[in-house]
Design a protein around this ligand. Structure first.
Ligand SMILES: [Zn+2]
Ligand SMILES: [Zn+2]
Length: 362
């Protein structure tokens, strides 16, 4: 069981590291998934079940995984029967970048706490990927329930899904406005989007669709580093990162009753990620493969050096941030196999990590 830690691909489980005393299991059976997540913290010696839900698991693999979880459940429920403790899941909705890769939707992550979803970024495809997660049993990701988003920066690949997040849930009967947190410029972007879809708004409200008059609106908060949000589920702290020539770019830390989660956003290696994580449960960090063909050009070398993080740099960050689980996301593969990037990270970091897939749960 200990050596099961790995990443599920359509070809099977690819181990990503082999720490002693740590294990991980993977399944895509929503009811069992929920049960296993609740059950495992009951056992002191078990750190946590990492949950991964790739899109194309074979049925036979599912059977294997379910049986593994049943064993875990029996071990874990020895002391069970107290109240259900709050629990937090990270659902990676999109791991992509500007490349139009159909298997990697635009960057977006959901932190789901007590059936409430908090999104980070809204790349293209965000609402449909959320709907796919809903189908897998995460009810908080139903379109109508998408009400809060934290935007790291205004690069188009992170915000092309913003109009989608504003309008699609409204069309599907969300009456609450969206609340959006992000850098300077978010308010202007929001105003422009509302103006761009003005006719649509009028037709839907005043025509036969009888749409509500509130759900398309956005409450915008242009933020500074520090605590930017707090409710009964979560405290969200923004921290500044270094993303080339962007005047502002943020990472976010989520603290809930049972987990701490740090999301780097897009950044060159930066100390603020180390400080924000500091032994956190999950660190999601961007990374690029420096072997790409376009990296032969000086301006791209300079671009990636100042805007993004290489595997070697990530290894250094992660060693000092010491997350319990490192999740690679927003991977820039540069047409190299994903395993090549994974291997480079493995060479510079001996801790536990996975390379995220769309709809991966951690
Ligand atoms: Zn960016
Ligand atoms: Zn990006």
């Amino acid at each position: 069981m200990r050596n099961r830690l790995g990443m599920i691909t359509p070809n099977g489980i690819v181990p990503v590291s082999r720490p002693s005393g740590t294990w991980s299991h993977f399944l895509n059976f929503p009811a069992l998934k929920r049960w296993a997540t609740i059950a495992t913290p009951l056992r002191g010696s078990v750190r946590r079940t990492e949950l991964h839900t790739p899109m194309k698991l074979s049925k036979s693999l599912n059977v294997t995984l379910v049986s593994v979880v049943l064993v875990v459940g029996i071990r874990a429920t020895g002391q069970a029967s107290g109240p259900v403790t709050p629990h937090t899941q990270v659902v990676v909705l999109g791991t992509g970048n500007p490349n139009a890769d159909p298997d990697r939707s635009g960057p977006a992550v959901a932190v789901v706490v007590n059936d409430t979803a908090y999104l980070v970024d809204c790349g293209p495809g965000v609402v449909r990927r959320a709907a796919a997660a809903e189908k897998l049993g995460i009810k908080a990701l139903a379109a109508k329930q998408l009400k809060t988003v934290f935007i790291t920066h205004l690069h188009s690949d992170h915000t092309l899904g913003y109009p989608d997040l504003i309008f699609t849930p409204w069309v599907l009967d969300r009456a609450d406005p969206l609340t959006a947190y992000g850098p300077r410029g978010l308010r202007a972007m929001t105003d422009h989007i509302e103006k761009a879809w003005k006719k649509d708004i009028q037709v839907r409200i005043h025509g036969l669709e009888q749409a509500n008059q509130t759900g398309y609106k956005v409450v915008v908060h242009e933020i500074a580093p520090g605590v930017v949000y707090r409710d009964a589920n979560v405290t969200v702290t923004a921290f500044a990162v270094k993303h080339g020539t962007w005047d502002q770019a943020f990472g976010y830390r989520f603290d809930t009753a049972d987990r701490s989660i740090v999301i780097s956003g897009d950044t060159a290696p930066v100390e603020s990620v180390v400080d924000a994580c500091h032994g956190c449960d999950v660190l999601l960090h961007e990374v690029y493969n420096p072997k790409g063909e376009e990296m032969k050009e000086a301006h791209w070398q300079q671009y990636f050096k100042t805007f993004h993080t290489s595997p070697e740099e990530l290894g250094d960050i992660a060693r000092r941030a010491h997350p319990k689980l490192l999740v690679l996301y927003h991977q820039v593969l540069h047409k190299q196999p994903e395993e090549d990037l994974v291997e480079q990270v493995r060479r510079s970091y001996s801790g536990t990590f996975v390379s995220a897939k769309d709809l991966g749960m951690y």
